[in-house]
Structure formats: C-alpha cells, structure tokens
Design a protein around this ligand. Structure first.
Ligand code: MTE
Length: 306
C-alpha cells in the first residue's frame, strides 16, 4: 500500500461534527456516504515528525484570496458576501461530456477523504491542514476527456458584485483567476478537489464550495471557488505567471534550491509565526512529497520549471 493510500476506519470513529455540522455539509459530504462509500481515515503522506496540524482558527483567518482583498485578513472579513448556492460549473474543451453542471451533481456519490497535507505558500509561510476532498481524477474522468486532452484549466467565479477585490484594480490581477495542471499531475493520487476542512464544510475564505489542492506545489496553484473546467491540448495560462512571469512559473513545484527573485525559498515560517518566534523550518523538495511525485518530472530541468 502506498503511503498516501488511506486505510478504512469504522464509521463509528469518524467525528460526528465532520458530517452533520449543517445541512450543506451534511448534504454534500453525505452524498458520498449515502451511496455506500465511506469517509476514510486521514492519509499522512509527506508529513514530518514535527508537523502538527495548524490551528483551525489560523488556517481560516490568514488567507490569500485576492477576490476579497489583498490583506491576509480580508478573505475572512468579506468572503461571507459570496453566495455559493446554487453553484454551476462549466465543463468544456477536449472531453466527451461537456456543458453546464450543478456542483452537487458532479460530486454526488463520490467518496470524500480526509487528507492531512503540508501546505507551502510561495510567500514562504506554511501550514498543515486536514482537508476533506475527492481525488481530482475521479471528478475529471466522469467528463470523459479525449486523446487530445493533455492539460486541464480551472477558473474561479467572476462576480464583482460579491467579490469586492474584483471591483478594485489594486491587485493588478486580470479576473477571473485561472490555473492549470498537466493531466498526469491532475490524475496523481495526491491531487484532490477540496470540499471541506477540519471536518466541516469549506469556509468561503478557503475557496467554497470547492478548491484545488496540489500539496507538492506552491499554494497559488490551489485555485479556489472553481466554476470552469476546460480540457486542453496546450498548456493553459495561469494568473501569477501572467502577472509576473519572471517570478512565477506554470509548474510551481516547491523547490528550496530555486530562490524567488526577491526572497529565498530555502526555509519557511510555519504558522503561527511571529516576529519574536518565526517558527522557521527548512523547505523540502516538492514540499516533502518527492517520493510520490518526482517521477512526474523525469527529464525536466527542475531549476528551470520553478
Ligand atoms: N484562488 C483564487 N481564486 N484567488 C486567490 O487569490 N490565492 C492562492 C490560492 N488560491 C488565490 C487562490 C494562494 S497565493 C494561496 S497561498 C492559497 O490560495 C491560499 O489558500 P488558503 O487561504 O486556503 O490558505
């Protein structure tokens, strides 16, 4: 059994809060359970001995979600202005089943797994978060991507009326936020679409109702509040690369050996981190997931594909 393959645990050991917190959490997470699927135990691939889970209060109040502002506190302050129900998702491009789908229909009957992952932002802070999600491969394959599909592109909702950051030109971002993965990265078993965290429905500031999680890449790849999935033959564009191509690439694999032009990536501040106690630790290649994912990049110049 590979390290990231979770073992089943009896449902009696699952915290009730994780499923019955509110109607939506119940509906969305139990959609999977109703079909006889089970919520499986935390997978702990890549975790280091001193990787304690980051307090929930921190992971849900220190955020990057520029649609709500550029301050770390803005998403928690303003993301409640976003309506996430109903949530429609457009699927397009190189696939057999394209069109507009209801989010709940897409995830219906799928197994929600809890995965405790290390999370490393390109800004050199990090955390350890118990995400709840669905392997991205399971989600994507239902749309029957065809032989031309080599990449997948995701877009965040564009709704300036509810996303105040989209009404401001301050960030310089061209909305909507876009990201992409090579299809083999998207199909890797560590790659999940997150629908919850800390046993609860995903809070708006963390990307409700669903967001990507690719634990070996810098956090900006993990696009939030997704409304569009497009299968493509050519490498899609991605927001941070468009904004600063000399600072951010497409692959964005965590790499302590390649510095950001303005700071080192050799170490990271593990939240909670303060001026007096930065709580610094060394950054690991592929964020600690090298054993699982390095093979995806065989033959590539990793120093180049930052
Ligand atoms: N997705 C969208 N749509 N908008 C954003 O600004 N920020 C990214 C990523 N996904 C971002 C986004 C960055 S830079 C990081 S580090 C993570 O979200 C932060 O995720 P968290 O707030 O859940 O920790």
């Amino acid at each position: 059994m590979s390290r990231y393959e979770p073992a089943s645990i009896p449902s009696s050991e699952i915290t009730p809060e994780s499923l019955f917190l509110n109607r939506r959490a119940f509906m969305r997470n139990s959609a999977a359970l109703a079909a006889g699927a089970s919520l499986v135990s935390p997978a702990s691939a890549g975790l280091q001995p001193d990787d304690d889970v980051t307090p929930e209060q921190i992971a849900t109040s220190y955020n990057n979600f520029y649609e709500f502002g550029t301050d770390k506190g803005d998403p928690a302050r303003y993301a409640h202005e976003l309506t996430t129900e109903p949530w429609r998702v457009t699927v397009s491009g190189e696939a057999g089943k394209t069109g507009e789908f209801d989010f709940d229909d897409i995830i219906k009957g799928m197994t929600v797994e809890e995965r405790i992952y290390r999370f490393r932002c390109v800004e050199a802070w990090s955390m350890v978060v118990p995400w709840m999600g669905i392997p991205l491969k399971n989600i994507l394959q239902q749309f029957e991507p065809n032989g031309n599909a080599r990449f997948v592109e995701f877009k965040t909702l564009l709704r300036p009326s509810e996303m105040r950051g989209q009404r401001s030109f301050f960030s310089g971002i061209e909305w909507p936020y876009v990201e992409g993965l090579r299809l083999d990265e998207a199909y890797h078993p560590l790659t999940i679409m997150v629908t919850g965290m800390y046993g609860k429905t995903l809070p708006n500031q963390n990307g409700a109702p669903w967001r990507l999680m690719v634990p070996w890449k810098y956090g900006f790849k993990s696009i939030k509040s997704i409304v569009s999935i497009r299968f493509t033959e050519r490498q899609p564009r991605n927001t941070w690369n468009m904004l600063a191509p000399n600072e951010y690439g497409f692959y964005a694999n965590v790499n302590p050996a390649v510095s950001h032009p303005r700071w080192s990536q050799a170490s990271e501040r593990r939240l909670p981190s303060t001026l007096f106690d930065p709580n610094t630790r060394p950054t690991l290649p592929f964020n600690g997931y090298a054993d699982e994912v390095a093979g995806l990049y065989a033959g590539m110049d990793l120093a180049k594909y930052y």
